[in-house]
Design a protein around this ligand. Structure first.
Ligand SMILES: Cc1cc2nc3c(=O)[nH]c(=O)nc-3n(C[C@H](O)[C@H](O)[C@H](O)COP(=O)(O)OP(=O)(O)OC[C@H]3O[C@@H](n4cnc5c(N)ncnc54)[C@H](O)[C@@H]3O)c2cc1C
Length: 367
């Protein structure tokens, strides 16, 4: 048992600070942090959540055009992921299947377009109408505002003084949960310092999809469907390597989204050439109507400091093996707990993993 453990986790006082020590201080208001706060709230545990950005959701972010939301980060979950389905149901967020009717387009390395009958690469994947950000917005709206601290970056964790906030305050707590990508957690200061194995452990975990950029084009209607196209396209010419229909359940307005195959530094250094090459490509694939956009948006996650470290700019080529970090199994006598999707055992890296890890931490912290 720590000599500095609070006598009562619902509000014992820390002799080093006038502020009562809370039971759990959560760093990061993405899906993992919000889901953990939600579970702790239900268990009657005293928690506070600190988020660097002004908005909730982390990698779950949407663009809103004409009242419809388009995912700029994650879009899909799958039927083998029960927590996401249950959360959407509980929060009243409608779920529907990715549009997958019609032919797929394929562009070879000479930019010649081929049409492939009846194959849809993401058929059966599930989407949230209103965008996945409606889940994190709804979770945040249900939680007591007095415990939520948006636009409050954490710059470090001090075992005695608590979270060290960028505004100079400190927030004592019995447990500290790092509900953020491990590589971003590695950029915080720790007192006492982390061991080399702990630092290596955090830095060695690639942040899933953090090196990617997503392009969204919104149209009055999903005109490609009228031509028997699913909206799916694969390309060996680029700059987009993979395109899908991103329209809402109603199909109005229509939208396409694509992932880039261009390295992050080139995306950053040549935005105008990239924008023109992108529009030229979707016109090659979907015809002249593809130029008639209502709105376009390029969300580059590789340069968001709350999501991606410089090491994330070259993304892994396959899904990494994620899980709890062994070097933290009893860090600070069990008071310092890595969280976030990348520390989940089964669905690490995915939204489901954020829910999985937070459920595991909630059981641990309520025990
Ligand atoms: C382009 C893209 C596509 C994806 N596609 C899919 C998909 O289709 N399906 C799927 O399941 N998953 C997908 N993912 C992954 C999915 O987004 C993540 O699994 C999930 O959002 C992780 O949630 P999290 O809460 O663990 O982390 P995050 O969402 O990264 O949340 C961490 C939070 O910590 C905050 N933070 C960072 N630093 C600080 C600090 N110093 N102080 C306070 N707060 C801080 C951040 O602002 C952020 O809000 C995709 C991701 C991207 C980027």
């Amino acid at each position: 048992m720590d000599e500095d453990r609070a006598p009562d986790r619902r509000g014992g006082t820390n002799t080093l600070s006038a502020r009562p020590r809370c039971a759990v201080a959560i760093v990061g208001g993405g899906l993992a942090g919000l889901a953990l706060a939600d579970e702790l709230e239900r268990a009657g545990i005293d928690w506070h959540l600190f988020e660097a950005r002004e908005r909730w959701g982390g990698r779950m972010q949407s663009l809103t055009v004409d009242g419809a939301a388009f995912d700029l980060g994650p879009s899909w979950f799958w039927s083998i992921q029960p927590r996401m389905r249950a959360l959407a149901e509980r929060l009243g967020c409608p779920v529907f299947e990715q549009y997958a009717m019609g032919d797929l387009l394929y562009e070879d390395d000479q930019a010649t377009v081929h049409r492939d009958r009846g194959f849809a690469s993401m058929a059966g994947s599930l989407r949230v109408d209103g965008g996945v950000k409606s889940l994190t917005d709804a979770l945040a709206a249900e939680l007591p505002a007095s415990r939520l601290h948006p636009a409050t970056p954490v710059r470090g964790v001090d075992r005695e003084r608590g979270l060290l906030l960028a505004d100079g305050r400190n927030w004592p707590a019995e447990h500290f949960v790092l509900a953020l990508p491990p590589r971003i957690a590695a950029s915080l200061t720790f007192n006492p310092e982390l061991s080399p194995a702990q630092t290596r452990g955090l830095k060695g975990v690639p942040t899933w999809m953090a090196g990617h950029a997503k392009f969204v084009a919104v149209y009055a209607t999903p005109f490609w469907r009228d031509e028997g196209l699913s909206g799916d396209a694969m390309s060996h010419s680029g700059p987009l390597v993979e395109i899908h229909d991103a329209s809402p359940l109603s199909g109005r307005p229509g939208a396409l989204f694509g992932f880039y195959g261009v390295p992050a530094e080139i995306r950053r250094d040549h935005p105008e050439a990239l924008a023109e090459a992108t529009m030229a490509q979707i016109e090659r694939l979907f015809g002249p109507a593809a130029r008639d956009t209502r709105h376009t948006c390029l969300q580059d996650w590789a340069f968001e400091p709350e999501t991606a470290s410089p090491d994330d700019r070259a993304p892994p080529t396959s899904h990494p093996e994620y899980g709890p970090l062994p070097a933290f199994s009893s860090a600070w006598d069990g008071r310092l707990l890595p969280g976030g999707s990348e520390t989940a055992r089964t669905f690490g890296g995915y939204m489901e993993g954020a829910l999985e890890r937070s459920a595991e931490l909630a059981v641990h912290l309520s025990g």
